[in-house]
Design a protein around this ligand. Structure first.
Ligand code: GLC
Ligand code: GLC
Length: 810
């Protein structure tokens, strides 16, 4: 069942009912100011840091879900409703929400009035702009009372939710221009040098800034006193909960439409200039921002600029094929989601509160795989930030804080896959850009400037960290966990509330990870290539030898007969083996060992992938392990803490499905790879939205597995490494256009369903138009470049500005 449709021409998803199976959201903002907005106008905004500079209050895990947002109450002769349906839930004659790239437009119509609300963050500005158009679609004149509403958060979102004994007495506002501009200045009198405001570009009949007055203490969101009465109370908040509401009298002749522009802005003021006079804030910066968006023409111009920005970004990789779901995923929504993960990391979504996690070392390197072709300069910066948190021995903080860019001591280190992800990220960046100079960049360890060394030295320490930390079988030690945060083989926890990851109470020198071993073999060729490029021939030679050795070790100690083992636990027992009662097979080592080429020649790869098909595949994707753990195992950690079929205990992790998808292309089985991808790619799930429940335009981290009560139900949409890995799988391996160090590799492998297609790829300043005639048989492609046949699958990089025509038969 569908709840909307894709409008590909406008790059929008159009939701046609307010009653979707879950709030379906969008993100606004692409620089410093960001907002989350649901199809019912719920959500909030913040400046840079979702925890420390929160502008709007939002109550998570609320009843009903998703209340709190930018609401417009319309009182039409006593009949009160919202164009966003929420919060009054007055029935609408028409409803539509268009989520586009960086903007959302919600339109509701009731009893002869149509109201349309456009929300976006203009490029280069720290504000959410709301353009409200109200039209009288009836044949009689209308006399409407319209009330805007937002609730301020007292800046620190964590404090805001917990510290009421203080908060209820700190709220302060100022009111200007009769109420057209409302300022939120809580804590400005002391250490803050920023405030927020909500403005409308018209005279108002009234205003409110005190929540209790606006609603009435015992009323809920659907029945605010002020909206029901049809008159603002001109309340001035002092302590308690400051809000901002404008009251507008809107007279409309039949057919007439009026437009109002609201600006919800954030400004900073130099410390010396904070006050205009004692107790009165300096409003100059606010006035300047307000002026930029005081007319619909200015709004149109800013919207055009935003559209242009996205067109430019998205033009770096585009496919034209007969499969419109494939096209819209690759051309619009997958890269869009990748940019959102770049901006948000794992901080703020409808599943992440924005007050918790920092940036992950592992997560950030993987996200980079998905946005490096869109914003290479910013990927470069990100790499330096990440590498600066590495420890001198090559290990890494698991997380760092975006504002300070420092490692997070609470979580610490000891996730032994982390260091290798840095090589992964850097190699992807250099493939895309050819910027080898980044390897010479001087970068600190643990943010200590005295310890600066070249970025290449960081990679070397990453590589050697694995070699210096091998276990009894010669496989890498797992530490607290590897990619699977919940496989905690050295953290035996018996005490509730203890973190599974940081309770490191075993020596850590026995439990080994076959996943990290596969990863090591996978990054070794890139590392060796880069070493050679810098003239370190011995290091390159050593890396190749160690990688060959590790491949051998995997086949000797990491092979279970029909698939790759997952790990050895603290006691040296196998994890993910046919000898186990539960969880005999895991997805991760099958994907990563085969992507690295382990067992491809000897036939183990094919066997392992056939086992994946047989034991892990379901109609909604590939589960992580099977059979799931049915009880808690202290020696395995968090993985066995989840009910069967959820999360790391046999959920479908959409993040690692693409590893198997890529692995299938490594052994040439394109049709199976494409089948797997379609099971988890959002556009193909649109028809089953009642089961899947989350947005059909972005990937979710997890879909409940076959052993779960709610098989097929997704959770954790938007902020997940799934976005990057699926983009890599579809764009580089299935469609097969992949930047390599010395040229663009063109090697499609997606089975026979999609025949002819064209990929346009911009890379290193040149444009490649790649016309593929796909028989579906797979095998080596036949290429001609600008009419001349070339051997192999590599198209050498052309000079910047060139357009290269490639024909590919496969
Ligand atoms: C989450 C984490 C990621 C981890 C994965 C598996 O997606 O963000 O770092 O690898 O879970 O545990
Ligand atoms: C990852 C996992 C989650 C776990 C967390 C712990 O995000 O997906 O299940 O609780 O890591 O850090």
């Amino acid at each position: 069942m569908r709840f909307g449709y894709f409008d590909d021409k406008n790059r929008e998803y159009v939701i046609t009912t307010p009653k979707t199976p879950y709030p379906w959201i969008n993100y606004l903002g692409s620089e410093n100011f960001f907002a989350l907005v649901s199809h019912r106008a719920g959500g909030y905004c913040f400046y840079r840091d979702a925890r420390l500079r929160r502008l709007m209050r939002y109550r998570y895990n609320n009843v009903p879900t998703d209340v709190g947002g930018r609401y417009f109450y319309i009182n039409d002769g006593g009949d009160v409703w919202n164009p966003s349906y929420a919060p009054t839930k007055a029935a609408l004659d028409a409803f539509e929400c268009r989520h586009g790239l960086g903007y959302t437009r919600i339109t509701g119509e009731r009893k002869g009035v149509r109201a349309s609300l456009l929300m976006f963050v203009p490029m280069g500005h720290t504000a959410e702009v709301h353009e409200l158009k109200i039209k009288n679609t009836s044949s009689a004149p209308k006399s409407l009372k319209v009330f805007s509403f937002i609730e301020w958060c007292l800046w620190n979102a964590y404090d805001d939710m917990t510290n009421y004994q203080r908060n209820f007495s700190t709220g302060e506002v100022e009111i200007e221009r009769g109420g057209s501009t409302i300022y939120h200045k809580t804590e400005y009198r002391e250490r803050r040098d920023h405030y927020a405001f909500y403005n409308v570009n018209a005279p108002v009949a009234g205003f409110d800034t005190d929540r209790e007055t606006f609603f009435g203490l015992y009323n809920d969101w659907s029945a605010p006193d002020v909206a029901l009465k049809g008159a603002s109370a001109k309340s001035v908040a002092s302590g308690w909960a400051p809000i901002a509401s404008h009251g507008l009298d809107v007279e409309l002749a039949p057919g007439e439409e009026k437009t109002f522009v609201f600006t919800l802005g954030y400004v900073e003021v130099a410390r010396e200039e904070k006050w205009e006079k004692p107790g009165v804030i300096n409003k100059k910066p606010a006035h300047a921002l307000i002026e930029k968006f005081s007319s619909p023409e200015q709004v149109d111009a800013a919207m055009k600029q935003l559209g242009g920005h996205w067109s430019k970004l998205l033009s770096n990789y585009a496919v034209e094929s007969t499969d419109e779901k494939l096209n819209r995923t690759v051309n619009i929504w997958n890269p869009y989601q990748c940019m959102v993960t770049f901006n948000m990391s794992r901080s703020a979504s409808y599943f992440e509160t924005g007050i918790g996690r920092g940036m992950g070392f592992r997560d950030s390197n993987q996200d980079l795989l998905g946005f490096v072709h869109l914003v290479p300069e910013r990927a470069r910066e990100r790499i330096i930030d990440i590498a600066s948190t590495q420890f001198p021995d090559g290990s890494a903080y698991h997380q760092y804080q975006p504002l300070t860019k420092r490692g997070n001591n609470d979580v610490g280190s000891g996730f032994n896959d982390d260091p290798l992800w840095l090589i992964f990220g850097v190699a992807a960046y250099i493939r895309e850009t050819g910027d080898y100079k980044i390897l010479d960049e001087q970068v600190s360890f643990d943010n200590d400037p005295k310890t600066k060394a070249s970025l290449f030295e960081h990679l070397k320490r990453s590589f050697n960290y694995t070699l210096n930390n091998l276990g009894p079988h010669g496989l890498p030690l797992i530490g607290r966990a590897d990619w699977n945060d919940c496989l905690n083989l050295n953290c035996f926890s018996e005490t509730p509330d203890e973190s599974f990851q940081t309770t490191g109470n075993r020596t850590g020198r026995t439990a080994e990870s076959v996943f990290i071993a596969g990863m090591f073999v996978g990054v070794a060729p890139d590392y060796a290539y880069l070493a050679e490029k810098l003239g370190f021939a011995d290091e390159a030679k050593k890396a190749r030898a160690e990688s060959a050795k590790m491949s051998g070790t995997i086949l000797q100690h990491g092979w279970d007969g029909e698939w790759f083992l997952r790990a050895y636990d603290f006691f040296g027992n196998k994890v993910g083996s046919k000898e186990n009662k539960e969880s005999q097979i895991f997805i991760e080592p099958q994907g990563f060992c085969i992507m690295a080429g382990v067992g491809v020649e000897g036939g183990q790869a094919k066997k392992a992938l056939d086992s994946v098909k047989e034991r892990l595949d379901t109609k909604y994707g590939i589960v992580l392990n099977n059979p799931p753990y049915s009880e808690y195992h202290v020696e395995l950690g968090e993985i066995s803490s989840y009910p069967q079929g959820y999360k790391e205990n046999a959920g479908i992790f959409c993040h690692n499905n693409p590893w198997v998808i890529i692995a299938e292309t490594v052994i040439g089985r394109g049709d199976r790879a494409f089948e797997y991808w379609k099971k988890i790619a959002p556009a193909y799930l649109e028809e089953q939205s009642e089961v899947h429940r989350l947005e059909p335009y972005v990937y979710a981290q997890m879909i409940a597995g076959k052993d779960a009560v709610r098989h097929g139900e997704a959770k954790n949409s938007w902020l997940t490494g799934t976005a990057a890995w699926n983009f890599v799988a579809i764009s580089q391996y299935l469609l097969g256009v992949r930047p390599d160090f010395d040229g663009l590799r063109v090697h499609p492998c997606l089975g026979g369903e999609v025949g002819k297609f064209t990929v346009t790829r911009k890379c290193r300043g040149a444009e490649y138009r790649i016309h593929v005639t796909n028989s579906g048989k797979g095998g080596s492609p036949k290429l001609t470049v600008d009419g001349k046949p070339v051997a192999g699958d590599l198209v050498p990089y052309a000079r910047p500005g060139a357009t290269v025509i490639v024909d590919c038969e496969v």
